[in-house]
Design a protein around this ligand. Structure first.
Ligand SMILES: [Cu+2]
Length: 482
């Protein structure tokens, strides 16, 4: 039994609820406001207090000019610690926030932007308010605080959910959870698919070109960060529910299980967790999501989610590459991935009959500043056919969540992005749309959509997405098998 206004069950479990199911004036959002305000107050009174707002945000990332304190800049991105590190971070943040809110039953809400009607930032976060609303942040993309909608392709997680391998082994690029590392933090830029989309895409669109959410070193200063990440954490659980071999990293990926990360508890005392401490949110961390399956279903599913099966380590075979850098702006751009017709035919056969993934990679992605939009990527989209993210031509979205370092921007997830296109090639081959011409890749810009406004190619031809302006350059497009 749960009491209506409480985030805690009779069994003592904290329940993270969907923010749209909570009233903007209700007790849960009021507790959230009180907690954030109290943490912000602590930051002003004592910047060294690890339970203060800025200190906590800085554990994720801190702008380079400030003197880093203990534990700052420790977030894990573009590798297979991404999901576990952020689960640990949120767990400790939630304990601090609960204590600061004064409500012992408080649980962090999550924002499920993928559900119908949920694609604007929640109302409680939009208005500056008097007295000031602690959930409101001015530093967001243009239109975000007016309730503009995320475009439908930005909120999909289907591509991540199709994958069954948690980790990308050496020599492979595509996985749900990210590339295997020997040590935390020594990344080679292989983000997992859930990190790439929707995670990165949402960051870049909420932050826009200059807002906090677009950049690793400021993202966690925006309170919406924590509701976004609670949703990513929830999607990790929902992915496991799909069964079919989905699981945690393998036992021989021991570094994932035993690497220890340090945070702070609600008293400001250091607290450490490892991967082995956080795989069961209910038994180990004392929380669940409001859409977790019942215990019975969960135990049935657990039987089917043994560690993900991996094939032998494979070396990628390069089939083709585009010939010149590609410049992306507001207008659609198409490029051919050059390869002999025999290779095109072979890829069609591989997609239909062989179980080795076909991967489309965008390499050397660069830009002067976060473009604040997303790009949909299509394969063999016929001339004159309207781009539809639910069609078999749709590959995925490019997201932009980047680090600001003195003088330049770089990853995570922004330098190279890899998409599993096996299903696209198979569908195209079945329909006779994959013959011997070199594959064509098309990029379509999407911005935020004004409420009630028509979805158009440049939903927000806002910020500076004027015709002729180059927002992003892609070094090359490569098709490989792995
Ligand atoms: Cu994030």
């Amino acid at each position: 039994m749960e009491s209506a206004a409480s985030g805690r069950t009779a069994a003592g479990l904290f329940v993270r609820r969907e923010v749209y199911s909570l009233s903007p004036e209700g007790p849960e959002i009021e507790a959230l406001r009180r907690g954030v305000a109290e943490m912000q107050r602590r930051s002003l009174v004592e910047p060294r207090d690890p339970t203060g707002w800025v200190y906590q945000a800085s554990i994720h990332g801190a702008p380079g000019s400030e003197n880093p304190r203990h534990g700052w800049n420790s977030c894990q991105h573009s590798n297979f610690f991404f999901l576990s590190w952020h689960r640990m971070y949120l767990y400790h943040f939630e304990r601090i926030l609960r204590s600061a809110s004064g409500d012992p039953s408080f649980a962090l809400p999550y924002w499920n932007y993928s559900a119908a009607g949920n694609s604007a930032i929640p109302a409680a976060f939009r208005a500056p308010g008097t007295p000031p609303n602690p959930l409101y942040v001015e530093e967001r993309g243009q239109g975000v605080n007016q309730g503009f909608l995320l475009p439908p392709s930005a909120v999909t997680f289907a591509s991540a959910f199709r994958l069954t391998n948690f980790s990308a082994r050496p020599g492979t690029r595509v996985s749900f959870g990210g590339g295997v590392l020997r040590q935390p933090g020594q990344g080679d830029g292989r983000a997992g698919e859930l990190e790439r989309q929707p995670h990165d895409v949402i960051h870049g669109m909420i932050g826009g070109q200059r807002g906090w959410m677009s950049y690793v070193d400021t993202a966690a200063r925006d309170p919406i960060f924590f509701l976004h990440h609670a949703n990513i954490d929830r999607l990790w659980k929902r992915w496991l529910d799909q069964g079919g071999g989905r699981g945690y990293p393998l036992k021989d990926e021991d570094v994932w299980w035993r690497s220890s990360f340090e945070f702070f508890d609600e008293n400001g005392s250091p607290a450490k967790l490892t991967g082995a401490d956080i795989t069961d949110t209910v038994l180990q961390l004392g929380y669940r999501y409001d859409d977790d399956p019942s215990a019975l279903t969960a135990s049935r599913l657990a039987g089917s989610t043994s560690a993900g099966a991996h094939g032998p380590e494979l070396i990628a075979t390069v089939y083709g590459t585009s010939s010149a850098p590609i410049e992306l702006g507001a207008t659609p751009v198409s490029v051919r991935v050059e390869m002999p017709s025999a290779d095109v035919a072979e890829l069609g056969m591989i997609a239909s009959f062989v179980e080795s993934p076909i991967v489309l990679s965008l390499e050397d992605i660069s830009f002067e500043r976060n473009p604040g939009v997303t790009y949909e990527v299509y394969l063999n989209l016929p001339e004159g056919t309207p781009p539809d993210h639910q069609s078999h031509y749709y590959v995925g979205n490019i997201g932009f969540f980047v680090e600001r370092r003195p003088g330049h921007l770089h990853g995570p997830g922004a330098v190279d992005q890899a998409f599993d296109v096996t299903g696209n090639v198979r569908s195209l081959a079945e329909r006779g749309e994959w013959k011997d011409a070199p594959p064509k890749v098309t990029f379509i810009m999407r911005g935020l959509i004004p409420p009630g406004g028509a979805e158009n190619l440049s939903g927000a031809a806002m910020e500076m997405s004027l015709p002729g302006v180059v927002l992003v350059t892609i070094g090359r497009v490569v098709i490989t098998t792995e």
